[in-house]
Every structure is written in structure tokens, then in C-alpha cells.
Ligand binder design. Structure first.
Ligand code: IPD
Ligand code: CA
Ligand code: CA
Length: 267
């Protein structure tokens, strides 16, 4: 029976495919190393057979259930949308961690309409944890509702961030880092933007920012963070035109003040 456009049905499909992709990725991890991977934007930006197999599995599943929807996948899947809905997929976020045998990697799937992300799921196969959200209906971690309660001040904030694969961009990111690091509790570089955003949503970090980020890295995670109560700032016309910041509102403003010293400091 074909699925309806109800966000809950779309989320159920995304969740099923993320879990299936997770099984596929777990099965391949032991056999892969960073030396076997090919590279993309730079010599340290790997893409493995596992990234491609995961994307294939997800795209095939979507085509079977949602043939009129568009697809934007990191590893090249591109289908124009007829229905008005588009799936944005990072089939393996945290590829470097995956290829080094580290646990912090995930599958990220979101579905967007004309107003942005409508539903999204981030699944971490090594722990079995699944975060998800539907726009306007809240976020959950393994089915339990998420709601940010505390908003720490800047000096007490644990801030997750990430870096580009390109050396020039990293040099710029190091400048931002030099301003942020002295002003916060500490920084974390986990290696998966999607998991960083989920950590803001479930309170295992206070904030996340990254200066250059792609839609598939953040489509699901940003929705999950927002639905848990975080403010997100990023994209054209914002102080982070190519990036994203997620934090409780007061902390977001304070962090923007550190990232852009021309901005008025509020905390
Ligand atoms: C990367 C991770 C990383 C972030 C990079 C992303 P990938 O995605 O999310 O944490 O800092 O900007 O490109 O390459 O592992 O899918
Ligand atoms: Ca990614
Ligand atoms: Ca990826």
C-alpha cells in the first residue's frame, strides 16, 4: 500500500531505511580502512564503497515507496521532485570515524517541503540510538521526547564544532576557533555534524557551530535540534551564510558575538 504524505508516515519510512542502511554499514566497517577509500574534495575527504552502498540502499527504498519525490544524496543521487517533497540524505556522516573504526558515525535522512525540513532521522548504528523529529511536533531520542531545559552561559558552554576538508577553509576556521576557545567551557570535534546537532538536542552538548557545511550534513539534525527547543542560524542572509549554528536562543546570540566580534555582545 503506498505511503501517504503524512509527516509521520514519511518519518517511519526514513527511520526504516536509516536502520537498514545502518545494518549494511556495520557489516562493511570491519573490512574497510581509510587507505582503501577514494577521495573527493581533498586528499583527506574519503568516500568508501560503504558510503555508496548505503546511499544506494536508501535511494532504492525511496524510489520504491515515493517515486514522485526528489532526492539529494551526498554521494551523487539527484532526482527532481514532482510531488514537492525532496529527500536529503547523508548515507554515512562521519566517514573518517567509520574508516578509522571509531563509533561516532551515523545515517541522516530528512524530507523537505517548500518550507524546509518536514521530518528527519539520525541513526547511530554503533550505539543503536535514533533521534528523530517532525516539524511542529517535537523531537525524540529513542522515542522519548526531547526538550531543552537549561541554557548555560557562554563561559559554561560545551561547544561542538567541525572543520572543512579544505586547507584554506581550515585556516579561516582556526581563526574563529581562536576567538571561541578562550570564551567557552570547552570544544568537542566529534566528526559528525549530524550527531553534533543531536547532541545539542539531547543536552550532551550546549551548542554546535560550523562555518562551511552541506545540506545533507545538517538537514535532519537541524530539525531535531530546533524541535528540541534550540535556535538555528545559518544559510544565505544570516551571519553564517555557508554554515550553521544551533543552541538555545541566548547562547546562540552570545556565540555569534564571539564568532563575529563586530556584533554586539549580549552575554
Ligand atoms: C563531515 C562531518 C564532519 C563535518 C564535515 C562534514 P562526512 O561529513 O559531518 O563532522 O565537520 O564538515 O563534511 O564527510 O563525514 O559525511
Ligand atoms: Ca556529512
Ligand atoms: Ca557522508
Amino acid at each position: 500500500m503506498p505511503l501517504t504524505d503524512a509527516p509521520r508516515d514519511l518519518l517511519a519510512l526514513a527511520t526504516r531505511l536509516a536502520l537498514e542502511a545502518g545494518v549494511e554499514l556495520l557489516g562493511r566497517q570491519a573490512g574497510l580502512s581509510v587507505e582503501q577509500a577514494q577521495t573527493k574534495s581533498s586528499g583527506t575527504d574519503p568516500v568508501s564503497a560503504a558510503d555508496r552502498a548505503s546511499e544506494r540502499l536508501i535511494v532504492t527504498g525511496l524510489a520504491a515507496e515515493r517515486p514522485k519525490d526528489g532526492v539529494l544524496g551526498e554521494e551523487g543521487a539527484r532526482t527532481a521532485s514532482v510531488s514537492g517533497l525532496t529527500w536529503v540524505i547523508d548515507p554515512l556522516d562521519g566517514t573518517v570515524n567509520y574508516l578509522y573504526g571509531r563509533p561516532d558515525w551515523c545515517v541522516s535522512i530528512a524530507v523537505e517541503d517548500g518550507e524546509g525540513a518536514l521530518a528527519g532521522v539520525v541513526h547511530q548504528p554503533t550505539t543503536g540510538i535514533t533521534w528523530s523529529a517532525v516539524r511542529g511536533a517535537g523531537a525524540t531520542r529513542d522515542g522519548r521526547p526531547l526538550q531543552l531545559r537549561t541554557s548555560r552561559g557562554l563561559a559554561e558552554a560545551l561547544v561542538a564544532t567541525g572543520f572543512s576538508y579544505l586547507a584554506d577553509r581550515r585556516a579561516e576556521q582556526a581563526e574563529y576557533l581562536g576567538r571561541v576557545l578562550p570564551g567557552v567551557r570547552d570544544l568537542r570535534r566529534g566528526g559528525s555534524a549530524a550527531l553534533d546537532l543531536c547532541s545539542v538536542a539531547d543536552g550532551t552538548a550546549d551548542a554546535y557551530y560550523e562555518h562551511v557545511i552541506q545540506p545533507w550534513d545538517v538537514a535532519a539534525g537541524a530539525l531535531i535540534a530546533r524541535e528540541a527547543g534550540a535556535t538555528t542560524v545559518g544559510g544565505p542572509g544570516t551571519p553564517l551564510p555557508g554554515g550553521l549554528l544551533a543552541a538555545p536562543a541566548g547562547l546562540a546570540e552570545a556565540l555569534l558575538g564571539l564568532l563575529d566580534p563586530s556584533r554586539k555582545r549580549v552575554a
